[in-house]
Design a protein. Structure first.
Length: 520
C-alpha cells in the first residue's frame, strides 16, 4: 500500500514507468531523470531488486524505486495504470505481459527487443486505441535500423541503385582493456552470449538464399577491416534471419543482404571449439552443488568422450606445423644447393595443382605464405589451451553451486566470473554498414562506421547505445512529436531523424566514406 500511495503522488505530472534496471538500463535511467528534471516528469523504476534500482536512481527527487515481481498482475497493472508511457527492459519473453496490460489500460510502450509475433498480433488493437508500441529501439536492433535507413535514403535520393547491403554490429572489449585470450568481456546479458547463434542463420548472398547451421556459424575467416585505431580486423557471423528486413528496408533487388555480429577472430575460433565440446548444450545433466569448474570440465569431457579431444586438436595442429616446417626447410635446402652449384636461384617454380594443371609459383611468395600459415597453426595450438584454461579448465577453487543444470549454465557462470568487466575496464561498440551501389554507370562502395567506448564498467558503451535511443524516443512521445500508432520499428524518418540527430549531439555519431569502385 505504501508503494501504491507513493506512486499516486506523481499523478499530476507525466510519468514514465520503466520495468527492469539491469546492465543496459543504467544510462537510460540517467537520461530519463535528466529529462524529468527539465520537464517536471516523474520516473518510476520497477525491478525484482529494490537495491539495484536504488543504486541507479539514487535520491533523485523525480525518481521512485519499486521492488516488483513482474508476474504480480495486480501490482504490475496498478503501476501501468498510473503511467503516461511504459518502457520494458525485461527479458523479451515477458514483454507480452506488459504489452497486453498497456492495450487494456491505454498506454504507449517502448522496448529495445525484436517485435515478435505475439507483439505484432497487437498491432490492430494498438492502432484502434491510438497507441504506439515502438519496438527494436536499442542498439541492434535500433540504431542499426535508423542509421541504415538514413544511409539508404541518401543513396536513393542521389538516384543510386543498391546492389549489396551488409550491416555488422558487435560489442568487443575496448583495445585498452583487452587483456584476455578471448578478446571479449561481458557487457550485456551473459545468457544471450551463451545462446547466440543456436538457431543457425539465413541470409541472401549473390542472389541466393544461404542457410548455415549453428556448428558452422563461428568461422574466423569471415573478416572485415575496421578503420579505427587499435581495432584492425574483426570477424563476423550472420544473424539468425536477415531475410525479413529485405522488404523492411525496401531492398528487394539487392543481390546480397546480411546482418551480422562482430567479434575478434580469436573469439570466433574459441567459440567454435566450445560448440564442438558441447559446452553450449542446454540439456540439464549435471549436479553442480559443491562441484568446482575443474571437476565439471573433467566430468563433462569424460561424459562426452572428449578425453582425447584436446590431444587430437593439438596433435593435428602440431602435425600440420611439422609438415609446414619440413616443406619450408626443403625449399630453403633447394635454394642453398642451387646457390652452391653456381646456378642462378630461380624466383619462380612450376607446380601441378590439385586439378592437374601447371601453376607458376613465386618462391618468395610461397615462403611468406608458408611462414604465415606456420605462425597461424602455432597460434591456434597455443590459443586452444589459453582460452580453455582462462575459462577455468584447471580452476579447483570456483564452486558452481547451481543445482541440477546444463553445460550452458556452467559456461555462463564461467563467462560471468572470468570475462566480467572489472573496475576501470571499458567495453566498446562497433557498427559498420557496407553498401555497394551503382550510380551514373559507376559502382560505389559506401561505409558508415560507429565506434563508441564505455566510460567505465558501469556506464558502458552497450548501456549508452541501448538506453539512449529508448530515452530519446520516450521524450519525443511525451512531447507529442511522434503521432504514429500501432506496432512500429524505427524505420520511419519521423522517428529516426530526430533520434539520430540527438544521438549525434550526445557523441553517438557515424563517420562515412565512399569509394569509386569502377565502371558499372
Amino acid at each position: 500500500m505504501a508503494q501504491e500511495l507513493t506512486c499516486r503522488k506523481f499523478a499530476w505530472v507525466k510519468q514514465i514507468l520503466l520495468f527492469g534496471a539491469g546492465k543496459s538500463a543504467t544510462v537510460l535511467i540517467k537520461y530519463l531523470l535528466s529529462e524529468a528534471s527539465n520537464h517536471q516528469w516523474s520516473v518510476v523504476v520497477a525491478d525484482a531488486s529494490l537495491e539495484l534500482v536504488q543504486s541507479k536512481t539514487g535520491k533523485h527527487p523525480n525518481a521512485h524505486a519499486i521492488a516488483l515481481d513482474i508476474t504480480d498482475t495486480d501490482m504490475r497493472r496498478e503501476l501501468i495504470a498510473h503511467s503516461s508511457l511504459v518502457i520494458s527492459m525485461m527479458p523479451p519473453a515477458l514483454h507480452i505481459l506488459i504489452a497486453r496490460d498497456c492495450i487494456d489500460l491505454g498506454k504507449h510502450l517502448l522496448t529495445a527487443s525484436y517485435a515478435d509475433d505475439d507483439i505484432k498480433s497487437l498491432d490492430a488493437q494498438a492502432r484502434e486505441k491510438g497507441l504506439l508500441f515502438l519496438c527494436e529501439m536499442g542498439l541492434d536492433p535500433g540504431i542499426d535500423h535508423m542509421s541504415a535507413m538514413q544511409m539508404i535514403q541518401e543513396i536513393r535520393d542521389k538516384g543510386g541503385v543498391i546492389e549489396s547491403f551488409k550491416s555488422h554490429c558487435g560489442g568487443p572489449v575496448a583495445p585498452e582493456s583487452d587483456n584476455n585470450p578471448w578478446h571479449y568481456k561481458i557487457s550485456w546479458n551473459p545468457r544471450n552470449v551463451v545462446l547466440a547463434g543456436k538457431a543457425g542463420a539465413i541470409y541472401r548472398e549473390n542472389g541466393q538464399t544461404v542457410e548455415e547451421p549453428y556448428e558452422q556459424l563461428f568461422n574466423p575467416i569471415r573478416q572485415v577491416p575496421v578503420d579505427y585505431p587499435g581495432i584492425g580486423t574483426l570477424s563476423y557471423y550472420p544473424n539468425r534471419n536477415s531475410l525479413p528486413y529485405i522488404s523492411v528496408y525496401g531492398l528487394e533487388n539487392a543481390s546480397t543482404f546480411v546482418r551480422t555480429t562482430l567479434r575478434y577472430p580469436d573469439f570466433m575460433y574459441g567459440w567454435k571449439n566450445l560448440i564442438e565440446l558441447k559446452l553450449t548444450d542446454e540439456a540439464p545433466m549435471y549436479q553442480t552443488d559443491g562441484l568446482s569448474l575443474l571437476d565439471f570440465y573433467k566430468q563433462h569431457m569424460q561424459r562426452h568422450g572428449f578425453d582425447q579431444w584436446l590431444d587430437h586438436k593439438l596433435s593435428e595442429r602440431f602435425a600440420k606445423t611439422k609438415e609446414l616446417l619440413e616443406n619450408l626447410h626443403k625449399l630453403m635446402q633447394i635454394e642453398k644447393e642451387t646457390e652452391k652449384s653456381g646456378q642462378e636461384i630461380p624466383d619462380h617454380l612450376m607446380l601441378v595443382d590439385e586439378k592437374g594443371e601447371l601453376q607458376d609459383i613465386d618462391l618468395d611468395l610461397l615462403k611468406q605464405r608458408t611462414a604465415s600459415e606456420l605462425n597461424h597453426q602455432i597460434h591456434e595450438a597455443n590459443l586452444t589451451l589459453k582460452q580453455l584454461f582462462f575459462l577455468g579448465l584447471d580452476d579447483a577453487e570456483t564452486k558452481i553451486n547451481k543445482g541440477y543444470c546444463s553445460a550452458a549454465d556452467v559456461l555462463q557462470l564461467a563467462l560471468e566470473k572470468k570475462l566480467a568487466l572489472r573496475d576501470g575496464d571499458k567495453d566498446m561498440i562497433v557498427m559498420l554498414h557496407e553498401i555497394d551501389y551503382s550510380l551514373n554507370h559507376h559502382r560505389y562502395h559506401a561505409e558508415s562506421l560507429l565506434v563508441v567506448l564505455g566510460d567505465d564498467h558501469v556506464s558502458t558503451a552497450m548501456a549508452k547505445t541501448v538506453g539512449l535511443p529508448l530515452g530519446i524516443a520516450a521524450k519525443l512521445v511525451l512531447e507529442g512529436k511522434l503521432s504514429m500508432t500501432g506496432v512500429r520499428i524505427p524505420i520511419d524518418p519521423l522517428i529516426y531523424q530526430p533520434v539520430m540527430q540527438e544521438l549525434n549531439q550526445l557523441g553517438i555519431c557515424f563517420t562515412e566514406k565512399t569509394v569509386d569502385a569502377g565502371t558499372a
